[in-house]
Design a protein around this ligand. Structure first.
Ligand code: SF4
Ligand code: SF4
Length: 189
């Protein structure tokens, strides 16, 4: 998350990759984020957070209202959600551990952002055409499978490039960002 705590990911010798990203705040990776019992109720009230419960846990919805462009506007607020201070995606963990250099991590982020944009555009076109979807980009492929569109030859011919983008996007998110590959859409930070 852009909001990701600079202090925990950006040592003096490491540049912050999250300020180039924001995919964990903007609704791309997750649709919801956990509210912890230690989160400040006054802060939640101030943020006008519409929380909801699921499986005994409380969540707020993403995209987060605290995100401005790719940055977290709440970054300096001590009361910021606890999950935001704790969360590290797979890429950030790899970068922090020195397993991937800055330039390579940024290249992955740029690729994900570019693919994500194209998939969102595709989603918009499908919505306009009345093809149902949950509106969550990583689950678009699953939706297309479920509603039989991937078996539909004429649909596949019309949107072959976009379908390929969906595959590549889903695989990239699984490979580089989610902690549990294959559990993409179910994860919540
Ligand atoms: S998805 Fe990862 S790299 Fe991107 S902002 Fe979140 S923690 Fe940082
Ligand atoms: S408060 Fe919102 S924008 Fe900031 S890190 Fe958390 S989810 Fe991201």
């Amino acid at each position: 998350m852009t909001g990701t705590d600079n202090s925990r990911l950006c040592t003096a010798e490491k540049r912050n990759i999250c300020i180039e990203c924001g995919l964990c705040c903007d609704g791309t990776l997750f649709q919801k984020a956990i509210i912890q019992s230690t989160d400040d109720p006054a802060f939640l009230k101030e943020m006008a957070v519409e929380s909801f419960s699921e499986g005994g846990k409380r969540y707020f919805r993403l995209p987060c209202r605290g995100q401005k462009y790719k940055l977290c506007a709440l970054y300096n607020d001590e009361r910021r959600y606890k999950i935001c201070k704790a969360f590290k995606c797979r890429l950030l963990r790899q970068y922090a551990a020195g397993e991937i250099p800055y330039e390579a991590a940024i290249a992955v982020i740029k690729e994900a952002l570019a693919l994500g944009l194209r998939v969102k555009e595709f989603l918009g076109r499908l919505k306009a055409a009345g093809v149902s979807s949950e509106g969550f980009t990583p689950s678009l492929l699953r939706d297309l499978k479920l509603n039989g569109k991937l078996e539909d030859l004429s649909f596949r011919r019309s949107y072959s490039k976009q379908i390929m983008d969906c595959f590549m996007f889903t695989e990239l998110l699984k490979r580089s960002f989610y902690e549990i590959p294959g559990k993409a859409a179910e994860c919540a930070k």
